[in-house]
Ligand binder design. Sequence first.
Ligand code: NAG
Ligand code: NAG
Length: 167
Amino acid sequence: MAMTSRVSIFPSNLHLLLLVTVSWLFSFVNASNSTTIYDELKAKGLPVGLLPKGITRYEINDSSGEFEVWMEEPCNAKFENEVHYDPNIKGTLGYGRIGELSGMSAQELFLWFPVKGIRVDLPSSGLIHFDVGVADKQFSLSLFEDPPDCNPQVKNAGSDDILRAVW
Ligand SMILES: *[C@@H]1O[C@H](CO)[C@@H](O)[C@H](O)[C@H]1NC(C)=O
Ligand SMILES: *[C@@H]1O[C@H](CO)[C@@H](O)[C@H](O)[C@H]1NC(C)=O
């Protein structure tokens, strides 16, 4: 009898140990309480879909709003227009707006235009404005509800030359 119970106690202790370890790991993950760049956008009244899935790291200066995000590789997402994201995107986050943006460009008539700023109307008009230098492009906010899938892609070679000619 005693022999049997000793044998059965060992595996159940092991089980318990595993449970304790797993829950400890989970509590560690929760305690880190990591906010994401999407949370930061939401907190500023901006749609989370402005930035694609696949962001591996971000930094933000809470006092100036300067932020930086990193991805594994450049990629393209399709909204109404194709949007290109560099693996490193920087900008300044303010309420309802992103200024001094770099690392993001939008395609228009086969040309790529750097998106220099983004803003939403306050109160909301349901529109979002992309400052592409030559013009203010308006899109429906509803296009940016969720972070889009982003397909690894390098911008077409030569597009920067065309862009320079346009400027
Ligand atoms: C988690 O983050 C939120 C938002 O920054 C903060 O308000 C809250 O106090 C944090 N919780 C813990 C346990 O750190
Ligand atoms: C954050 O921004 C403030 C105000 O512009 C600046 O004084 C400070 O040096 C910045 N902090 C970092 C870590 O860059």
